[in-house]
Structure formats: structure tokens, C-alpha cells
Design a protein around this ligand. Structure first.
Ligand SMILES: *Cc1c(COP(=O)(O)O)cnc(C)c1O
Length: 240
């Protein structure tokens, strides 16, 4: 009979290898030039380590304090992305290291990122978050606002941010045709902006697709998928 300890260890290894298998499976299925952002919010540092051991280097978090704690604990060559609503008074904490902020949803936030990036001598890559989903609670610019922003803004006013593309979330629905339509609309807009903002040479990333809809997002031209629960399991919010 196995000891309790070896059973626990076995369970742990089984669970962990699921994370690794999922990381490998998703990465193997990505078209060239598309990257996986493993969304690790509400999951412990150990789960991230498992994914790291499977070769994953890009992780996304949505809460500044949780991110700070994980950055302390985990390997230094991880690329941390920020994906949640970011309050301006918290930008300073992540400015020294954040690799990409997906969720810029106001000019005020853009200005603050520029200011804090300058202080630490960096140019921080960011994505403009579009509000495309039907839900009222989601943050972001409408397509009209974003077109206006991208085509009329004098980007030289923000030398310490690099506008790297767009991010969106589709409506949370089982209607996959609707999800596809939304992704397609955003991709068409992305192509339009790439063509018209020729001075924005960094405008190359389209962040769309989560656990339940990333295969559709890939078909519709995503370059960054943000997958959490499919890799790490359901989130335990009680520990957040
Ligand atoms: C939590 C989150 C994800 C990941 O969602 P899953 O359904 O767990 O894959 C992706 N994008 C954003 C903005 C999120 O907040």
C-alpha cells in the first residue's frame, strides 16, 4: 500500500502535469507569430512555476498587489503582462518591469503610464482596450473613440509609451457566431488602423481570445491569446 505522503505527491504531480500538458498543447497549436499569455490570476506561484517548467514565459495578471508578490517569488526572465483594469495610482508599482499593458482604457491612464515610464527610464508597450462586448461593465474605448484617438493623437506627446496594438473581450455568450462577428469586427478595425497610422510602426499586436473562445480568435487574426482557466483550472476567488 502506498503511504499517504506518496499519494499526496502523486496527486500533486498529476495535477501539475495537467498544467504542463495544457501549456504544451496550446502552444503547439498556435500559428506562427501568435503567442500565448498564460493568465495566472488567483493561482499560486507554484502553478506558475509548473507552467514555467513547461517552457511558458509570458504570464498575465489583473491585480497589482498579487502581481507584485508573484514577481518577487518567481524567475526573473518571466514576461509579465497586465490585463485588468488598472488604476492610475497603481501604475508606478509595475512601471519598472511590466512588459505589456493590455488594458489601456483611458487617456488619463495613457498619460500616467507615460509619466511613470519616463521616471524609470523605460518605454512601456501598451495595447488600447476596445469595448466591443454587450456587457455594460466592461472598460475600454468604442471603435469610434479609438479611431479618433489613434488618428488624431499626437503620439510624440507620449514618448515613453509604445502603442503596440489592440485588445478586446468578446461578449460572454454561448453564441459563437456572435463572438466570431465581434472578433472579426475588431480585426478589420485593426487592419484599418495599421494601414492608416503608418507612423505607428509598433502597432502589430491584436490581443483577443480566452479559454472558451480562443480557437475562434485565432481564426479571426489574434496575435496574443489570454488563456487562464483552461490551463490552471477554475479560479479560487476566496483566496484572492
Ligand atoms: C481572466 C481574464 C482572462 C482569462 O480568462 P479565462 O476564461 O480563464 O481563460 C483573459 N482576459 C482577461 C482580460 C481576463 O480578465
Amino acid at each position: 500500500m502506498k503511504s499517504l505522503n506518496s499519494k499526496l505527491l502523486e496527486n500533486k504531480n498529476n495535477k501539475m502535469s495537467q498544467i504542463q500538458e495544457e501549456i504544451k498543447r496550446i502552444n503547439n497549436g498556435l500559428p506562427q507569430g501568435v503567442r500565448l499569455v498564460a493568465i495566472s490570476k488567483f493561482h499560486p506561484a507554484e502553478a506558475i512555476e509548473e507552467a514555467y517548467e513547461a517552457g511558458q514565459r509570458i504570464f498575465g495578471e489583473s491585480h497589482v498587489q498579487e502581481l507584485q508578490q508573484k514577481v518577487e517569488l518567481l524567475p526573473k526572465d518571466i514576461e509579465w503582462h497586465f490585463i485588468g483594469h488598472l488604476q492610475t495610482n497603481k501604475v508606478k508599482y509595475i512601471a519598472p518591469y511590466i512588459k505589456l499593458i493590455h488594458s489601456v482604457d483611458s487617456i488619463k491612464l495613457l498619460q500616467e503610464i507615460d509619466k511613470q515610464a519616463k521616471k524609470v527610464g523605460r518605454i512601456i508597450p501598451i495595447l488600447i482596450q476596445l469595448h466591443i462586448a454587450e456587457e455594460e461593465t466592461k472598460f475600454g474605448f468604442t471603435i469610434e473613440e479609438c479611431r479618433n484617438l489613434l488618428t488624431t493623437q499626437d503620439w510624440s506627446e507620449y514618448p515613453n509609451v509604445q502603442i503596440s496594438g489592440l485588445m478586446c473581450m468578446a461578449t460572454n455568450t454561448d453564441n459563437m457566431e456572435q463572438v466570431r462577428r465581434e472578433f472579426r469586427t475588431v480585426h478589420e478595425f485593426f487592419v484599418e488602423m495599421k494601414a492608416s497610422c503608418t507612423n505607428l510602426t509598433s502597432f502589430t499586436e491584436l490581443s483577443m481570445g480566452m479559454s472558451h473562445d480562443y480557437p475562434i480568435a485565432l481564426e479571426e487574426g489574434s496575435t496574443l491569446i489570454r488563456v487562464g482557466s483552461k490551463i490552471f483550472g477554475e479560479r479560487d476567488y476566496s483566496k484572492g
